[in-house]
Design a protein around this ligand. Structure first.
Ligand code: NAD
Length: 250
């Protein structure tokens, strides 16, 4: 019997790669796509033949559709995770149209294209679960995130709309909103001052790990765990998004 399969965009690094590993651990076949060919090769070294690895830019509709079709050929497509994303911490008045457009194209359009391609397959194969990776920056107005934060807010609303449009087809759609998580993207964007700033505002006073995000992703993918959960934006953020005044201790 063919295995259940999960397609993961941006699956060669960070949260996407950890999600791929969590899916493999549950016995699911994984189809990873990413635009970074070197990262794809490194992911293959880690996960081996329990996954497939395809170079795709998520803003290319034809390429995304071909990749999802190939993924569905490996087994029943039960899940799709949209982790490909681009970040920026740039003051609003220094954010040019090119940067704004580029971030929205990957984070918003790229998420939509993958979710739509996956849902088109799932509607004919008994349903499934789509998990978008949004951000706490999509629910709070943090500095420097006029492009990134607005793109993630769009992902959250898109998730809600897709959940409504696809519920009757047996497809659940949920967003995970990570707080700061140690990944290659964060290593590039967060300098020490930014790290200190985050730690002052996260009640748990630490960054999350990719595995802490991946376990929530796997829960939302798993029909035996989350079958009545759809249209939600769930934060895994050490308390950041829910916080008011934080403790003076620690
Ligand atoms: P990462 O850089 O480790 O992984 C992102 C992956 O997406 C990379 O491998 C990159 O090559 C790929 N990618 C980027 N643009 C692409 C495109 N056009 N087509 C295909 N692949 C593309 O970063 P990460 O921190 O793991 O981020 C994963 C997701 O989590 C992103 O959507 C990010 O916005 C979100 N997020 C991260 C954090 C954090 O603190 N790390 C917090 C909130 C949300």
């Amino acid at each position: 019997m063919p295995k259940d399969c999960v397609a993961i965009t941006g699956g060669a690094s960070g949260i996407g790669l950890a999600s791929a590993a969590a899916c493999v651990a549950r016995g699911w076949k994984v189809a990873v796509c990413d635009r970074d060919i070197r990262a794809l090769a490194a992911a293959e070294t880690r996960l081996g033949d329990r996954a497939t690895y395809t170079a795709v830019d998520v803003t290319d509709e034809t390429a995304v559709e071909a990749w999802i079709e190939a993924a569905a050929g490996q087994g029943r497509l039960i899940g799709c995770v949209t982790s490909a994303g681009r970040g920026a911490d740039v003051p609003a008045l220094q954010t040019g149209a090119d940067l704004f457009r580029a971030i929205h194209e990957v984070n918003v359009l790229g998420t939509f294209l993958a979710a739509k391609a996956a849902a088109r397959v799932m509607q004919d194969t008994g349903g499934g679960s789509i998990v978008t990776i949004a951000s706490v920056s999509g629910v709070r107005g943090s500095k420097g995130r006029v492009a990134y934060g607005s793109s993630k807010a769009a992902v959250i609303n898109m998730t809600q709309v897709l959940a409504v449009d696809l519920a009757h087809k047996g497809i659940r759609v949920n967003a995970v909103c990570p707080g700061p998580v140690e990944t290659p993207m964060v290593a590039e964007i967060h300098d020490q001052a930014t790290r200190d700033h985050w730690l002052r505002h996260v009640p748990m006073r630490r960054y999350g790990t990719v595995d802490e995000i991946a376990s929530l992703v796997a829960f939302l993918l798993d029909e035996t765990q989350s079958s009545f959960v759809t249209g939600q934006a769930i934060a895994a953020d050490g308390g950041f998004a829910g916080a008011g005044l934080t403790s003076l201790q620690g």
